[in-house]
Write a protein that binds this ligand. Structure first.
Ligand code: HEC
Length: 494
């Protein structure tokens, strides 16, 4: 390029209206078939950002469980705290749990919040509407107050393409509520934006839209206008449901698929609706969003589901008519810890919140700077060690090498070389090659390093076969040569 050209370019650039690229700290890159992505930190040092919502002015709203509300300018990254609700009662899973901005925010600058309060011994779940004005949230109006509990308070809020407000409530851990349509717990409720009851609800005197739920953690409309929820099962059967007006989703008579004799009887007597996906063992699904953008073509027409126990993002591929799930991929497993919510920005970027400061911290977490909001967006380059999603169906029968890659390589590296002074090398390790009992116990129980800085997580959730596959793999790879370990050996030490 000639010098003149360069000068011309510099002058041109100087005349452009300023739109500085937002510079964020990059954590990782992701390789998909048709896209290359980067993961960056949009915000850090938060305390359990339970709900994320992008408004129609392209700002990201953040609700932290203890009752804080902030708004982030997605172009500059500036975060402004606008509200701390003093009456929020935060214990374990209660607190500020649901948030949504009015879909036409410039015209109707309303922010809807749901949170738990406790007066003496009585617990409530409140639906409150605030008005946004000049960088503050004012005029709180209580639209509804329902019973709350020490757990199972839900909850999520969403606006439908019909302009109505939907609220997914928890059953407050009372088995009699979900099937009782007089009670507003364990339901999806539907309102006009002012909190009144729409005349086309199943019962025009009640906000109840659908019932038979336990504790929903995700609520989202797809581009086809279909409403999906994610929900925590008890010890088994986490669910994603496709919600129908007036539908009964079976809890507590039915858990997950209608597959037990008593469930089949209840289902035919009550016309209940089966989940479109269920998970056993459970993954603890949390916030969910719909991805409809072309920006990440691999993920067009998917539900993106965060998981807590699963410590991953699930990519649920919808079929063409958008009413069933025909594929699932798992990303970030164990990498950033518990993930609480996810939202999509106007330019197709994805925002995820971590939940490593919550009531159930996992070994190895929180990481420095937690909790964070992560941004996933296209990247022009890949780092040396990019992440790729794994097909969920493959996880079912993965061999030792693949299991190692999914569960161990993030710390001990794919070639077993570890990270100096942080994660020990497994190559030539006396622990790996030595006493099998000690090795199995380390895997099943985990271990905090002597200086307390790092921990080997506990992998007791692996089944016997998986644990045996992984340990056999590390004892026979990268030049290690020791005997294999069997499922029976694992079982005997549980
Ligand atoms: C989050 C990071 C992390 C992950 C994931 C992880 N480990 Fe570890 N691992 C550690 C740390 C840290 C230590 C050292 C603990 C200590 O100092 O006692 C360790 C120690 C070990 C050791 C002892 C090595 C030695 O020579 O002392 C073995 C064996 C091991 N891990 C196996 C595994 C296997 C198998 C997996 C996958 C199932 C796994 N680890 C996953 C962090 C991790």
């Amino acid at each position: 390029m000639s010098r003149n050209w360069l000068v011309a370019l510099v002058v041109l650039a100087a005349c452009q209206p300023k739109s500085p690229e937002l510079e964020l700290m990059q954590l990782d890159t992701i390789q998909l078939e048709n896209a290359t992505l980067k993961v960056e930190v949009l915000a850090d040092s938060l305390n359990v950002p339970w709900d994320l919502d992008v408004d129609s002015e392209s700002f990201l709203w953040v609700a932290e469980q203890e009752g804080k509300v902030s708004r982030i300018n997605l172009k500059t990254g500036d975060q402004k705290y606008l509200l701390q609700i003093p009456e929020v009662w935060k214990v374990r899973t209660s607190g500020l749990l649901g948030m949504v901005a009015h879909p036409d925010f410039s015209k109707n600058p309303f922010l809807y919040l749901n949170y738990t309060v406790k007066n003496d011994s009585l617990i409530y779940s409140k639906l409150v509407r605030y008005r946004y004005k000049e960088d503050s949230l004012i005029n709180p109006e209580v639209l509804l107050e329902i019973e709350g509990g020490t757990s199972h308070n839900g909850s999520r809020l969403a606006f439908g393409p019909d302009g109505k407000l939907y609220w997914a409530t928890g059953d407050k851990h009372d088995y009699t509520y979900s099937q009782n349509r007089e009670k507003l717990n364990g339901k999806i409720l539907r309102f006009n934006p002012d909190g009144s009851i729409p005349s086309d609800n199943p019962d025009p005197t009640s906000p109840v839209w659908a019932w038979g739920f336990r504790n929903m953690q995700g609520l989202v409309f797809s581009s086809k206008g279909l409403l999906f929820t994610s929900e925590h099962g008890d010890a088994i059967e986490d669910e994603v449901n496709l919600i129908r007006k007036g539908g009964n989703f079976g809890w507590p008579a039915i858990e997950g698929k209608h597959d037990l004799p008593a469930e089949i009887d209840f289902a035919s007597a009550n016309q209940t609706i089966e989940p479109i996906r269920s998970w056993t063992p459970v993954i603890a699904p949390a916030g969910m969003t719909y991805y409809g953008s072309e920006v990440i073509p691999d993920w067009k027409n998917t539900l993106l589901l965060t998981t807590l126990k699963g410590k991953s993002l699930r990519i649920l591929f919808l079929n063409e008519s958008g009413d069933s799930i025909d594929g699932e991929e798992i990303l970030f497993e164990n990498l950033y810890g518990r993930l609480r919510d996810v939202a999509v920005g106007p330019d197709g970027a994805i925002y995820l919140s971590t939940s490593n400061q919550d009531w159930n911290p996992q070994p190895g977490f929180p990481l420095p700077g937690d909790d964070k909001i992560l941004k996933i967006s296209p990247s022009s380059s890949l780092s040396s060690n990019p992440i790729s999603p794994v097909k969920a169906s493959e996880i079912l029968a993965l061999d030792g090498k693949q299991l190692y890659k999914n569960y161990c390589a993030s710390c001990h590296k794919e070639d077993g070389s570890g990270v100096a002074e942080v994660f020990p090398a497994l190559v030539n390790s006396q622990v790996v090659l030595g006493d099998t009992r000690r090795l199995i116990e380390l895997l099943l129980k985990g271990q905090v390093s002597s200086d307390g800085a790092q921990a080997m997580p506990d992998f007791s959730f692996l089944d016997n076969r998986e644990a045996a596959e992984i340990l056999s793999y590390i004892r026979t790879s990268w030049g290690n040569s020791a005997s294999s370990i069997s499922s029976t050996q694992i079982e005997s030490l549980r």
